[in-house]
Design a protein around this ligand. Sequence first.
Ligand SMILES: [Zn+2]
Length: 104
Amino acid sequence: MLQLILHYGIHILGPLLVAIIFFRKQWKRAFIIMLLGFLIDMDHLLADPIFDANRCSINFHILHSYYAIGVYLLLALIKQTRLLGLGLLIHIVADAVDCWFMLF
Ligand SMILES: [Zn+2]
């Protein structure tokens, strides 16, 4: 239960907090762009089974691989794509929390 709250908490509140703190003037726009980070979960559709609560997404799905994370870091560093990159990184952090829980 705590895991579920943390996961969705980071998924939703992460982008919201970053938007309000760092992009105050256009926080709604920033928030919506960062929510696009959810789109990378489309790669779960390529997996079999599509959803497995006991599977760590990180480095399992193609858009959650270390290479992909490197690309997201680059996107976050470039001004024009910063919001998208940040949204994707927040998504990865939220997924990573799930993986940490699996270790215990
Ligand atoms: Zn994911």
